[in-house]
Design a protein around this ligand. Structure first.
Ligand code: FAD
Length: 290
């Protein structure tokens, strides 16, 4: 199938893109890497009147580190994230996760801004943003606003972005304490969207978690920052303690059934992920890490 007829405009700056979006209201769509937008248009799931291509807007590019913050421009492509020494040094969770996003051809074009704005609940990057406690930077005609990643994702393919706003960057705190991370997903084939996944960021002190952020994906309508983590922080973890955390996790998740897996299978896989995460990060194979 081919897309319905549409007009095309190449934005020259953020201000120019915002002008174009304002002039066309919700009949316009931003084009970033095009890896989700173009298939949706070709399938006629959406038919915007105007496509605003931001691909040449230089101010949306680049990864920089200032003080305790890593800033990633919205147009940063998946492959650039994957190869960035700054990301390896300050957010290795992302380096590991990005290898699971689709395939090289898609990672060569897809962008972090596009992935976050698209907000597929089975996507890796939204969950990483939640695990890393990222801030999403949004620009509109009236100025800039900053939204915590935990508040940015509001439902399946839904975010806090308004139709006439642009996601311009994300900021990640680098943290002063030595951190550890865990990433794993279950998928039918490497590169497929996950059936269930976990992106976790932790501070491990001795044999305890001093901090633990567990962001599950593909098990709800958005990334889930699991409250089960509170059962695991600053306490010596026993099998009984882990079971209590697993019970909390099972209660708080609300997975859907689809052709890939049933809701109960997804809930089960989330428990397996939590068990592996705790065992791996604490070096405790007795807890069931595999
Ligand atoms: P686009 O397709 O250009 O845009 C996506 C949406 O975001 C559109 O609605 C667009 O208007 C909006 N948008 C884009 N940029 C902005 C911005 N700066 N501000 C406001 N709105 C914006 N993704 C995964 O996470 N995991 C996978 O396993 C995976 N597998 C894939 C497999 C296939 C075969 C394909 C085709 C895609 C797959 N993807 C996967 C999606 C891929 O990661 C896309 O790159 C990503 O979802 C969208 O990024 P994009 O830059 O291509 O955005």
């Amino acid at each position: 199938m081919k897309a319905a007829a549409f007009a095309y405009a190449r934005a020259t700056s953020v201000v120019n893109a915002l002008d174009l979006l304002e002039a066309h209201g919700d009949r316009a769509k931003v084009l970033s890497g095009g890896q989700s937008l173009m298939p949706a248009m070709n399938l006629r799931l959406i038919s915007p009147e105007l496509v605003v291509d931001i691909g040449e807007v230089a101010e949306l590019r680049g990864i920089s580190v200032t003080g305790d913050t890593v800033r990633i421009g919205a147009l940063t492509r998946h492959v650039e994230l994957q190869r960035s020494p700054e990301i390896v040094a300050h957010a290795p969770l992302l380096t590991e996760a990005i290898a699971h996003v689709a395939h090289p051809a898609i990672r060569n074009r897809g962008t972090i801004g596009g992935s976050l704005a698209h907000a597929d609940p089975a996507s890796e990057l939204p969950a990483c943003m939640v695990a890393l406690n990222a801030t999403i930077i949004i620009r509109g005609k009236t100025g800039e606003r900053r939204v915590a990643a935990t508040d940015f994702f509001t439902g399946i393919y839904e975010t806090a972005l308004a139709a006439q706003e642009l996601l311009v960057a994300v900021e990640l705190p680098t943290g002063r304490r030595k951190s550890a991370h865990f990433f794993h997903e279950f998928a039918r084939r490497h590169g497929d969207y996950a059936i269930a996944g976990l992106a976790a960021q932790a501070v491990v002190e001795g044999d305890l978690f001093a901090d633990l952020r567990l962001a599950f994906f593909a098990v709800g309508d958005r990334p889930v920052l699991a409250k089960a983590a509170t059962k695991l922080v600053n306490i010596a973890i026993t099998r009984a303690g882990l079971s209590a955390a697993l019970a909390v996790l099972s209660q708080e998740l609300d997975p859907q059934s689809d052709q890939q897996a049933s809701a109960s299978m997804r809930r089960h896989l989330a428990g397996v992920l939590l068990t592996r995460c705790v065992g791996t990060l604490l070096g405790r194979p007795d807890l069931g890490a595999g």
